[in-house]
Structures are given as C-alpha cells and as structure tokens.
Design a protein around this ligand. Structure first.
Ligand SMILES: [Zn+2]
Length: 410
C-alpha cells in the first residue's frame, strides 16, 4: 500500500522539472544578500516562498518577524509551514533564505542575480546555497497537496533568515521563541552534502577567526634602523603561528574531511600605500577549523603564548582579537533515528548506500545539536556554494524531494 503511494509520488515528483526550474529562477532573481554583508536581506524571497506555500494549503503557515533596523522593511522574515500527518511525530526540514554576496564579478560568466538555465542546471547566486533546499522543500509541499494523501509523519518546513551571519534574526530566534521541536522528531538540514547524495553530515568542527595586529615603528625605507618593520615581523609571526598550531593540534579524526584541524592565514590588510615606507602596522587574519576533541580556549592560549614570544624577541606589540568563534556542538549519534531513517530512505528511493562524517564548515545544525536534538545535514549538491558561477542541478532537487517524501510516507 505504502509502496504503491510512493511509486506514484516518485512519478509525480519526476514530472515537476518545470516547477523546480521556476522556483530556483524566482529565488535567484530576488537578491537576498545578508544585510551584514551590505545586502538588502531576504524579505522579497521570503514573501515569494510564503506565496507559493499558500497555494499548497498547509495546516499552519506562520510568519515569524524579527526587528532589524538595517533593512527597509524594518523586520527580517522567517516562514514556518506545517502539514499534519497521521502521527504526532514530525519531519522538520530547515533551509535558509539569505545568501552571501556575489564576490568578484569578473569571475562570473553570467549575472549572479539573473537566473540562467543551461544543461539541466540553474546558475545564479544562492542557487545551491540554499535555493536547492528551498526548491526541494516546496516541491515536497506541492506533492503532498496534489496527491491529497496525508503523510504518515507531520511535515514542518522552516525557511529561516540570517544563516550566513550568525542566525540571530533567524533560527536562533525561532528556537528560543517558538520551540518548534519535540523529542522524537526527525530534523534535517539540507545545507551541505555530496554530488552523489551519499554523504550524511553528523559533526562539525569548531570555527575560530582571529585578527592579529603587529605594531612596530614606521619610518623611511632608506633608514630601516630608525623604525621597526611590522610587516617583516608580521610575516614571521604568521609562519610561526602556522607551524605551532599545526604541530600542537595535530590529531586526525577520520570521521572528518579533511581529517585534521586546519589553521589558514587568509586575509591580509594593506599596510602602507607606497613602496618607500617601512610599515609600522601589520594586520593578518587566520581561519581556524578545530576538531571537536580540542577546546577552542586551548588554541587561543597557544596563539597568545606564540605572540608573546614574538613580542619579546622582536620588540613589537601584538594584539590578538577573536573576530568570530563557534564552538563545535556535540556530534549527532550515527545510530540516531534520523540518520538511520535517512540511510534507509536513500537506499529505497535511490539505491544509495550513504556514509556519515564531519565537515569543517558550519551550518545551523550546530544550534539544534546544542539543544540536544539529533540532526542530519544532507543534500545532493556539487559544492558550488559561495563560489562564482554557483549552480544547482534540477535533477538533484527532484531526487532529494523523493527522499523527503520517502521519509514522511513510509
Ligand atoms: Zn548555506
């Protein structure tokens, strides 16, 4: 009986290429760059999603607004839709509606905010991150409405704002004010994955961003002895930090890819604007992704000891600032119900044998895991998020919706 419904559902989902293309295109058209990065925010995109959901008559359709003076509407909008099933267990699927800026425009072959459909892919900023999830969730809602058969599980769909800049106007607020999840619910975050759809993320590393300022003494480049070249010492310090951090925190955990903690010098601020001045200040940044086996405080401590050594050796002042920090949440148990059910659904719907693992990126699964709920992060994506010429495959959206449908109907 269930099998029969599912095969009918799969057939219908396969026929929704046009719907998926339209949703992806309309999503991309609505620039939703996070206001923290100077963008307009996700208001227009959220309104579009709400409009589509209305057509599918959910049992609950809720707008959750959070005040934010930086956007013209004065509020950031989150959307929650709920479809009643035949039990009191709910499958929650969470997507984010904001996005990162386009980055260097010269690297784009097309306008990032004008969708281009080509060879089964839709190109544009936000196509994969997180338009892919938005489209597959709306497709699930459409099918549930079209087929008119109540799913076994309730379906809760959350379209949250502000994921790319800390989730204070999005999921964090929703978790605190709405408390939507119950013990025993299944929670999915389709915001990372693999091209084959065979990777289920259950753990994330801690994230630490550091700004390191070295202060020496500026002088004319012809008389370096009258100053202290902050740039030279800043470079030495960066290499020393690189070496010390990698050797001190060298543990490998094969659950993760890459298996070790990463410590990368990334951004470098410009110092002097001309060649013939000895720079008095040097500013570098480190992006650190730390295995959950280590405490982030340990890393900060090692950095401080290293900078102290450099201060004493080279007679400079060094200031270390933590620009961002997110301590790893406890990983989801690989034997938790959501992971097992998702593995079964992948095998049933697509013949995929999935593996579990951890990533260095951060998704909002971390907030949910911290509250003690198991979460699976999964989707079928080529990994073009935050890159120029971002795209997602229409067929992957369709295949992912089949997995969602299997979870709620079987
Ligand atoms: Zn994302």
């Amino acid at each position: 009986m269930r099998r029969k419904i599912l095969s009918e559902i799969f057939q219908r989902i396969s026929g929704e290429e046009k719907f998926v293309t339209e949703v992806l295109s309309e999503t991309i058209k609505r620039n939703s760059v996070n206001p923290t990065f100077g963008g307009p925010g996700e208001y227009e995109r959220s309104m579009y999603i709400e409009g589509i959901l209305k057509d599918f008559s959910p049992d609950v359709l809720k707008r959750i607004e959070v005040e934010d003076e930086r956007v013209p509407e004065g509020v950031r909008v989150n959307i929650l839709a709920f479809f009643k099933g035949m039990s009191d267990k709910t499958l929650w699927i969470i997507a984010h509606t904001d996005e990162v800026p386009e980055g260097d425009l010269n690297l784009w072959k097309t306008d990032p905010f004008k969708p281009v459909v080509k060879e089964g892919k839709v190109f544009g900023r936000g196509a994969e991150d997180n338009g892919h999830a938005i489209a597959s969730m709306l497709l699930l809602a459409k099918i549930v409405n079209d087929i008119g058969v109540k799913p076994r599980l309730n379906i809760g769909l959350i379209f949250a704002a502000d994921e790319e800049a800390g989730s204070n106007y999005g999921l964090k607020f929703i978790l605190e004010k709405e408390k939507p999840f119950k013990k025993g619910d299944l929670i999915l975050v389709p915001d990372a994955g693999s091209p084959k759809g065979d990777f289920i993320e259950i753990a994330e590393k801690s994230i630490l961003w550091l700004k390191v300022t070295t202060v020496g003494k500026q002088t004319h480049a012809s008389t370096p002895h009258k100053g202290v070249n902050a740039h030279r010492i800043g470079m030495k310090l960066a290499l020393l930090m690189d070496e010390v951090l990698h050797s001190r925190f060298s543990l490998r955990d094969p659950l993760f890819d890459p298996a070790e903690s990463t410590f990368e010098p990334t951004r470098k601020e410009e110092n002097v604007g001309n060649i013939n001045t000895i720079p008095g200040t040097d500013v570098i940044y480190f992006d650190c992704r730390i295995l959950p086996q280590y405490n982030v405080d340990q890393v900060v401590e090692v950095v401080e000891r290293t900078t102290k050594f450099v201060e004493e050796t080279f007679k400079v002042k060094v200031r270390v600032e933590v620009v961002a920090r997110s301590d790893a949440a406890p990983p989801t148990d690989p034997n938790s119900e959501v992971v097992i059910k998702l593995k079964e659904a992948l095998e049933f719907a697509r013949g995929i044998k999935a593996r579990v693992g951890g990533i260095g990126g951060g998704t909002f699964a971390a907030y949910v895991r911290r509250m003690g709920f198991p979460v699976a992060v999964w989707s079928t994506v080529d990994g073009t998020a935050h890159q120029p010429n971002e795209y997602t495959k229409i067929s992957n959206v369709i295949e992912d919706a089949k997995v969602f449908a299997t979870l709620v109907y079987s």
